[in-house]
Design a binder for this molecule. Sequence first.
Ligand code: GLN
Length: 535
Amino acid sequence: METKYIFITGGVTSSLGKGIISASLGKLLQTRGYKITIQKFDPYINIDPGTLNPYEHGECYVTADGQETDLDLGHYERFTGIQTTRDNSVTTGRIYQSVIERERHGDYLGKTIQVVPHITDEIKRRILLNATKENFDFVITEIGGTIGDIESQPFLEAIRQLRWELGPERALNVHLTYVPYLAAAGELKTKPTQTSVKQLQGFGIQPEVLVLRTEHELSDELKQKVAHFCNVDSKAVIQSQDLPSIYEVPVNMQRQGLDSICLKKMGIEVGPTPELGAWHSFLERRQKATETLNIGLVGKYDLQDAYKSILESLAHAGTYHDRKVNAIFINSENITRDNVAEKLAGMAGVVICPGFGQRGTEGKITAAEYTRTHDIPTFGICLGMQMMVIEFARNVLGYADANSSEMDSKTKHNVIDMMEEQKKITQMGGTMRLGAYECEIVKGSKTWKAYGKDQLIKERHRHRYEFNNEYIDEFERHGMKCTGINPSANLVEIVEIPKLKWYIGTQFHPEYSSTVLHPHPLFMSFIKNCINKKS
Ligand code: GLN
């Protein structure tokens, strides 16, 4: 089958969950046996979200091939189990960068470079790129932002052209909008949806399917009205009401036939609706897991989206242990030696979160000291692992000034130091140690057991600093073991204190590779030990 393209656009407001709808549609098509990929095109100018503050843009997700991307790619992977690549996340910045590079190279032979056709051509080329490398049945493309934003116009023009060139059997638009409820009038309002579809039509795009986000059940009458005003089949008006979990969205979409409608519109025969099997079992287990497990998240960002993948990984592992994880954010900036016991009271386990810069690091170190000395299961991730190492150096090895050279460039005891290869780098974006690297795990260690006795693993990274190998012997002699090493660069990837119940730090980010059907082994092992600790 020739590759077919589904474009997901959004109107009325942002944050309607286009990423979840894209991931759900991908999941449903995949369940029907199609080979799919999902990509995101973001209209902002940054080359990638790597330089964006999490307050601006939430978590920065990292693909196995080392691209810093939008957090929606995390949803794509968690829902479908596919591995996205650097070609699945594209921004306006990257589009312009390649056009400008070609212009400087003289490739345009004296032509004036314009948004149409040069920028739109580059957008089209990138939309089609994934399918030139692999044989996909469906490529789902989510367009970031909201219809009407000035910066999304070139993307809409590119989609319009592609729909024309590929024809209705190979290109389709699913538009997501919002139906607000006016409490004072007691009414659901469709006008914003009508306006948003009109705007899309103004760009020459007629959506085939509408997904209406709503907080209240929509009547058939209302859906019919929307269909009537928007030139859409009434069956192709689907509601996406708020659900207790994002993982219920595929089931809800399947029930309303989102996948079968798309197939029909593209002229594909729709077979029987496939069972969601393992996905259903996960949801059932999730619903039944009412006993809660409090996990403290020690970090500096007090917003959900900043630690998205960690929260999801904890939730996956919790479900498979029949627990509802109650992740409690504890701002590390407010943690002191005097209040740490109170702040961490009632936590079955603690995650020391990743991050950059000095702010909140002393609180992370204090939390690590408390959980180490009270044998509370602790999972340090990236900067979190580095803070565990610094704490150990200060309080066990006796180096009061121990630090990372990121926080204190002059410290004599730089137990965490900048990687050699990083020292020459001055450019900020995309220059860290990024993506999946191998790690050899020490036989018999807790991590080795957690991974099911797999000695060579591959995990994703995003950092500039590392464990300073000059200190390995000293740490090991005093009880903190380096149980994971990158075989080619000899970098320490994992530390653990075997004497304690579960005190493990990883330089890599296991949270990027936990999925609904394959929860990450380290999160599984962490949660298991948190439960033991509680009982
Ligand atoms: N700031 C630390 C480093 O660059 C840790 C990064 C992280 O937590 N992702 O090494």
